[in-house]
Design a protein around this ligand. Structure first.
Ligand SMILES: C[S@@+](CC[C@H](N)C(=O)[O-])C[C@H]1O[C@@H](n2cnc3c(N)ncnc32)[C@H](O)[C@@H]1O
Length: 220
């Protein structure tokens, strides 16, 4: 799949589901202590390093952006979907959200203290992940941190329905070792991997979930 095709399909799908996605997932983090633990650790790391703001890339309705903000992190969100950005702005009027793609960010080099991609690389065809990880490396300051959440597996699932709507959307389940290799090839060092089992709300359709903390090496 070309970059343009995947971006168009993903944007269209999330424009359709934005309002319902936001409602259905608004309280999801409250029931996921391990996910919150990774976000808390990431927040502590970026606060301590004082290298710049955090970008929540593929922020959707901004629930993770807002959670990080509540942990004292200076953070803004970027998403491909105009409808998602509109929902995020309405829900969190005190925070900044912009349209954009993580494949070509409108950000200067070395400006971010952190990047979060919380289940937002899951629609990127694996052959395009090197482009995305190269962008993460480019915009992170040396010493800046990355938090990546994704679904563990080795397959593409094509969805025709989600969040109560008909749509057309690919989801890629990725082997953690392969993701670690791609991050390494992009010049990012993986500091920690959490692989957790699916919880009750995720079974039986979902499998293991992965959370990687990585870092652009180098002294600030
Ligand atoms: C599963 S949702 C996750 C949203 C949010 N991170 C959360 O956890 O609620 C995936 C989001 O990633 C966004 N996305 C996918 N590919 C993207 C890209 N190339 N650039 C920016 N956003 C992208 C979608 O528009 C969608 O809002």
């Amino acid at each position: 799949m070309t970059e343009a095709t995947y971006l168009h399909a993903t944007r269209t799908a999330y424009d359709i589901v934005a309002v319902d996605y936001a409602e259905l997932l608004s309280a999801e983090l409250e029931a996921k202590p391990l996910d919150r633990a990774m976000l808390t650790t990431f927040a502590e790391l970026v606060r301590a390093s004082e290298l710049g703001p955090v970008a929540d890339l593929g922020c959707g309705p901004g629930r993770v952006t807002a959670h990080l903000h509540s942990l004292g992190v200076t953070v803004f969100g970027i998403d491909l979907s105009a409808e998602m950005v509109a929902v995020a702005r309405r829900t969190h009027p005190d925070l900044r959200f912009e349209e954009g793609s993580m494949t070509a960010l409108d950000l200067a080099d070395d400006v971010l203290g952190g990047v979060v991609a919380w289940y937002s690389t899951v629609h990127t065809p694996p052959e395009l992940l090197p482009t995305v990880f190269a962008e993460f490396h480019r915009v992170l300051a040396p010493g800046g941190h990355l938090l990546l959440a994704f679904k563990v597996g080795d397959e593409r699932r094509h969805l025709e329905q989600a969040y109560g709507h008909e749509l057309s959307l690919d989801v890629y389940w990725m082997p953690p070792d392969h993701v670690a290799e791609l991050l390494d090839e992009a010049g990012l060092v993986v500091d920690a991997r959490l692989i957790r089992e699916p919880d009750e709300s995720e079974r039986p359709r979902q499998g293991q979930q992965a959370y990687f903390l990585a870092r652009r090496p180098g002294k600030p």
